[in-house]
Write a protein of this length. Structure first.
Ligand SMILES: [Zn+2]
Length: 466
């Protein structure tokens, strides 16, 4: 690298930093957050479309992308946006992904002074639904490219962008879209951002994700409730049966008791990769007892009860419910027999004496688990670039603990996938008071600008598709 190149890299990274410190990011993010682009029950198709037509399309068009908005291949699905910017077919092509949809605002659960669709700054925090998940994350990546384009007039690589609007409903239709548009999306690597950093003060990269599968459990014994005095002791209580059934799936510290639900992939190299990660917040008496906290969350499977219901919790009646139901979820790493999960649960419940518990997959698509080798040249390259910009080594995770539609990129598009998250674990995504941290945003802008400059300079030596 020559002296003048280095000045350029440093100057551009300084400009990236100013975009955050001088308020540009806050202004742009406020506009993005004001779109109620909810893909779950509170949302409307108009708001999903408006995020693409009102924000992503103009921004990318101004950057010289050839932008198209596509109908979802599945009926009733949300639209998708693609952007393509080819400088020279001989250069590497980077695919950037983001999701513009958010989960329900749940305004009543946010604390006083905060409102989900109004960006609110308090000290170094920016609050709003979708700030962390995922609006600021793709905003940063697009703005880093925009900055380089403004300063240099070119990126030095080809860029493609895909923005979906259904990630919070299991990326409905995304895989079908990728199958249809393989040529349009053909690239050499996915560089994207979602999820949290492992520790807020250290850059993180990960190459895959755990999968997630929801399962509905129902005990439906009779069409109506019955007086708990007149029938108590005579009629079976579906809530008690359901509670026992759920309790049979794990032990009291949440260790899964269904053998077929466990992975075979916690091999010595993965344990080695997880060994030096900083400690995670955890309850000492919870989870797989013989594993470290990092192994529990990045290398193992876990079950959660997402919701359970019978009667009316706000005004309980003196009655035995006719029906009780719950939705549970399995989070799993690669090396889990996904197709076997529901059959194994059925066999388990029958064996444990719960034939009355009906089992079916929850609405919405399951996320599959993926993991990309930590020693791939693209992984090493990105790790090196992040370390140079940040001045310290990033945390490198084989996979994220949460779920992403990463299999669509690895399996359908055949890409190495590298995620550089710009959020932090306590960001409140999927709950009230979601927020991002300005220092992490600033470093995120610096990291991505440095990374894109490095791809332009040295990316031609990295493995290409095919
Ligand atoms: Zn999410």
């Amino acid at each position: 690298m020559s002296i003048s190149d280095m000045t350029t890299r440093q100057d551009l990274i300084a400009a990236a930093s100013r975009y955050v410190t001088e308020g540009g990011l806050e202004t742009d993010l406020a506009r993005l957050v004001a779109h109620k682009s909810v893909s779950q029950s509170e949302g409307t198709p108009e708001d999903l479309m408006a995020y693409l037509t009102g924000e992503m399309q103009p921004m990318l068009t101004a950057m010289g992308f050839d932008v198209a908005i596509h109908a979802n291949p599945r009926p009733g699905g949300a639209p998708l946006l693609t952007g393509v910017r080819i400088e020279d077919p001989a250069l590497p092509t980077v695919l950037v992904y983001g999701h513009g949809d958010v989960c329900n605002g749940e305004a009543h659960r946010w604390r006083e002074g905060l409102s989900p669709f109004v960006l609110t700054r308090e000290d170094d925090k920016l609050y709003g639904r979708g700030t962390a998940d995922n609006k600021v994350q793709h905003l940063i990546n697009l703005k880093a490219m925009e900055l380089i384009l403004k300063e240099n007039g070119r990126l030095g690589f080809n860029a493609k962008v895909i923005i979906e609007m259904a990630e919070e409903t299991g990326s409905y239709g995304l895989r079908d879209f990728f199958e249809e548009k393989k040529d349009l999306l053909a690239s050499d690597v996915l560089i994207a951002s979602d999820g949290p950093r492992l520790a807020a003060d250290t850059p993180t990269m990960f190459m895959g994700s755990r999968g997630g599968m929801g399962i509905d459990l129902t005990v439906d014994l009779r069409p109506s409730d019955h007086h708990s005095g007149n029938f108590g002791g005579l009629l079976a209580d579906p809530a008690i049966i359901l509670a026992h059934a759920i309790a049979s799936i794990t032990d009291k510290r949440g260790q899964i008791r269904i053998k077929e639900w466990l992975p075979d992939s916690l091999t010595p190299d993965i344990r080695e990769a997880l060994k030096d990660l900083p400690p995670r917040r955890h309850d000492a008496d919870w989870g797989q007892e013989d594993l470290t906290p990092s192994e529990r969350v990045f290398g193992w499977n876990s079950m959660a009860v997402l919701a359970m219901a019978n009667g009316n919790i706000d005004a309980p009646q003196n009655a035995i419910s006719g029906k009780a139901r719950a939705t549970i979820q399995l989070r799993f790493v690669v090396g889990t027999d996904v197709e076997g999960v529901i059959p194994a649960l059925r066999r388990h419940l029958d064996r444990e004496g719960f034939p009355q518990v009906a089992v079916k997959p929850s609405r919405g698509e399951a996320f599959r688990a993926t993991r990309f080798p930590p020693d791939h040249p693209w992984v090493k390259f990105v790790e090196q670039s992040l370390a140079e910009t940040a001045g310290r080594k990033p945390h490198v995770l084989p996979n994220l603990a949460g779920s992403l539609p990463n299999d669509a990129f690895t399996e359908i598009l055949g890409l190495p996938t590298i995620w550089v998250p710009h959020s932090h674990a306590e960001c409140g995504q999927h709950g009230p008071n979601e927020h991002v941290l300005l220092p992490v945003m600033e470093e995120g802008m610096r990291l991505m600008t440095g990374l894109f400059l490095d791809i332009a300079e040295k990316g031609q030596s990295l493995p290409r598709r095919g």
